[in-house]
Design a protein around this ligand. Structure first.
Ligand code: 3PG
Length: 400
């Protein structure tokens, strides 16, 4: 983007593909981290006199307009953060978008409606995506890719559009890629990775890669129960992906052979009921050893011994990557595990990276100071796929 700015952008229509996919409670944004993350790029372009068109997806609407997934709240928040009025187009490539863009003056910013309201955005059919990308290209003179959280998607605005316009990477993408390089090239050791979240299937490929790179792998969250089951423990009614047990067993064997410490919970908080996340009514969980989960109970957080164990495994880390909460942190009775890991990152002497939507939202909603971490990534799936060594369509298109 510095190259673009030095060439001069005054009067040019610049399409910024951002990731404004923020969590919403109705129309209230519960974590605006992704909006704040794109402000430097939008501001730099606007200050330089560009006519800035900000575009993003939000959620997973079904290829047609759906008010529950409108970007209007995100556009309003972007305006607040920029301290200026931001225009909002009620469609993506229709009459509203065309006239809103035509009405922009130098330095003004507009947000167009959710890109996924058009089926062409996410289509697997190259021709359908191309047709939508052609129409988006008609809105702008230049493309700036800055939606790091979506670069792993082969979508029209991420992959096809940059091929149609002069294209540049924004500040956020440059920062994110710089950080992820530190986790893949010349990594400082000990390198400790903490993985949580619900599904082990989302993390298999990254675990596969990390077994050759990390010194320690700490497992928590819903995915831990598939590991515990593979170890031969009963897990009651905890989240379990039976079909992943062979893969998980193979990883545990490989970890042992290659000297990677794969650390599992030694105790967990259990209950017979999933907590009410709306009322946050007391859940009164019980603490049990990881090999003594009652048949009618489910594990919902790591226990106090595991918290201490994981903190000790992170205490001397020179590099840390953490993705995925350790428990149902949205309920106060199950937030301690996630808090303990976040605190251990804050206390760790090395470079710490929090990767991904849920863990990034967790550290902010649990009251941690963002500056206490080396980097909080805006990309969940994107950072995992980068660490898996995959080619990310949105980065490949910008490098092309
Ligand atoms: C994310 O939240 O990881 C990105 O915004 C991508 O969203 P998606 O998983 O719906 O493509």
């Amino acid at each position: 983007i510095d190259e673009l700015l030095s060439e001069g952008v005054a009067g040019k229509r610049v399409f910024v593909r951002a990731d404004l996919n923020v969590p919403l409670d109705g129309t209230t944004i519960t974590d605006d981290g992704r909006i704040r993350a794109v402000v430097p790029t939008v501001k730099a372009l606007s200050d330089a006199g560009a006519r800035v068109i900000v575009a993003s997806h939000l959620g997973r609407p079904k290829g047609a307009p759906d008010p529950a997934f409108s970007l209007a709240p995100a556009a309003a928040r972007l305006g607040e953060l920029l301290g200026t009025e931001v225009a909002f187009a009620e469609d993506t490539v229709g009459e509203s978008a065309t006239s809103t863009v035509a009405g922009l003056t130098d330095g003004q910013v507009a947000v167009i409606e959710n890109l996924r309201f058009n089926a062409g955005e996410t289509s697997k059919d190259d021709t359908e995506r191309a047709a939508f990308a052609d129409r988006l290209a008609g809105l702008a003179d230049v493309y700036v890719g800055d939606g790091f959280g979506a670069v792993h998607r082969k979508h029209a605005s991420v992959f096809d559009l940059p091929k149609r316009l002069p294209h540049y990477a924004g500040y956020l993408i440059a920062t994110e890629v710089g950080v992820l390089k530190k986790l893949t090239e010349d990594v400082q050791r000990p390198y400790v990775v903490a993985l949580g979240g619900a599904k082990v299937s989302d993390k298999l490929a990254v675990i596969d890669q990390l077994l050759g790179k990390a010194d320690r792998l700490l497992i928590g969250g819903g995915m831990a129960y598939t590991f515990l089951k593979a170890k031969g423990y009963e897990v009651g009614i905890s989240l379990l992906q039976e079909d992943q047990i062979p893969a998980v067993t193979e990883y545990m064997e490989r970890a042992e052979k290659s000297g990677v410490e794969l650390v599992l919970p030694v105790d967990v908080l259990v209950s017979s009921e999933f907590p009410d996340l709306k009322t946050k009514a007391p859940a009164n969980p019980t603490t049990v050893a990881a090999d003594a989960i009652p048949a009618d109970q489910e594990g919902l957080d790591i226990g106090p011994e595991t918290r201490k164990l994981y903190a000790s495994k992170l205490a001397d880390a020179a590099t840390v990557f953490w993705n995925g909460p350790m428990g149902v942190f949205e309920h106060p009775d199950y937030a301690e595990g996630t808090k303990a890991v976040a605190q251990a990152l804050v206390d760790a002497p090395g470079f710490t990276v929090v990767g991904g939507g849920d863990s990034a939202a967790a550290v902010r909603t649990l009251g941690f100071d963002e500056k206490a971490f080396g980097h909080i990534s805006t990309g969940g799936g994107a950072s995992l796929e980068y660490l898996e060594g995959k080619t990310l369509p949105g980065l490949a298109a910008l490098e092309d």
